[in-house]
Write a protein that binds this ligand. Structure first.
Ligand SMILES: [Mn+2]
Length: 327
């Protein structure tokens, strides 16, 4: 697989910036998902292979299902570090973010920022920006970067990237999944990723609390024609003994219903009387633009935003947007 000429033009500045800095910080968004975790780890491993010193800092813990990834203990949690202000003023590579604030970190100061993102809502907030909305995962971009930098894709790197692709494509089921996705999966498997082993970690290693809180959410589900929605309050989450990461993916169960075109999951946020929304679409509706109209972002078929409470108010606002989009 080779980069297209257009992406090569975008990456040359990035390659120069990386090559000219022996020390690099790497981060991604708050509440990291599989693409964020797999991609920061793969990027760090390949840069270290090329002789760079790297430090990975994330605002939130690595979710349990990704904690067995190779070299995951490299990841530093910012909560214990006062953001990144304590680190030497090295450039920071920011993956999958449309702004510095998406990292959930403070202390960037005036350091050089290198932005790599695959979201349609991506923004050129950094000094160097490489945004490719056609990439199925930011991991696909890291793979291309590795080849352009001349790094060897070791089994550890392949495992991290494969995990990222598997999770960001919903197990190769989302709309953006195409021949290139499978070509990448083929390459990664050939270079040492074990699909069965990765799937066991990602899909069959859930804590019981995740299933308990899913049960609560499903029992409250509402349906109105092509729309399905549900919510969890802080109380629901506490009673299930669940962590925030246990709420990931609930919205996909709603979307699995025949005849449902779009689904919403609302999760109450601590201390702010607001709700975090996950939006999904089977394709007819562009939920990225709806999320953007509320200050969020994401992909055409999977996006998110935050709305002020109370619950009835937040649900009515989002449902009326979705209804008018589906008419
Ligand atoms: Mn992603």
């Amino acid at each position: 697989m080779t980069a297209s000429p257009a992406s090569a033009a975008h990456t040359s500045d990035l390659l120069d910036a990386i090559r000219s800095h022996p020390r690099l910080l790497i981060t991604s968004h708050a509440r990291p998902d599989g693409d964020a975790v797999g991609s920061v780890l793969a990027l760090s491993l390949l840069l270290r292979q090329l002789g760079h010193e790297t430090t990975i800092v994330l605002a939130d813990p690595v979710p349990r299902i990704y904690r067995n990834l190779p070299s995951v203990d490299q990841v530093l949690e910012a909560a214990t570090l006062d953001g990144i202000s304590g680190f030497e003023v090295a450039p920071c590579i920011v993956l999958e973010c449309d702004s510095v604030s998406r990292t959930g970190l403070a202390g960037f100061g005036s350091r050089l920022l290198l932005n790599i993102d695959h979201h349609a809502s991506g923004r050129e907030f950094a000094s160097v920006n490489w945004i490719d909305p056609d990439a199925c995962a930011v991991a696909a971009m890291i793979f291309r970067l590795a080849l352009e930098l001349g790094a060897e894709i070791t089994p550890a790197i392949a495992t991290c990237l494969y995990t990222a692709v598997l999770s960001d494509t919903g197990g190769f089921t989302y709309g953006g999944t195409n021949a290139e996705t499978f070509a990448l999966a083929h390459e990664l498997t050939r270079r040492g990723a074990h699909p069965g082993q990765v799937a066991r970690h990602v899909f069959f290693s859930n804590p019981e609390s995740k299933l308990r809180v899913l049960g609560t959410a499903l029992s409250k589900m509402q349906r109105d024609g092509p729309l399905a929605w549900t919510w969890l309050t802080l109380d629901d989450i506490a009673r299930a003994g669940a962590a925030v990461e246990d709420c990931e993916g609930i919205v996909n169960y709603l979307l699995s219903i025949a005849g449902v075109e779009s689904a919403v999951f609302l999760r109450e946020l601590p201390e702010t009387s607001s709700f975090r929304l996950s939006l999904r679409s089977k394709g007819r509706l562009d939920v990225a633009s709806i999320a953007e109209s509320f200050g969020g972002g994401g992909h055409r078929s999977a996006s998110g935003c935050t709305l002020a409470g109370p619950l009835d108010h937040a649900s009515e606002r989002i449902l009326s947007q979705l209804r008018s989009g589906l008419c």
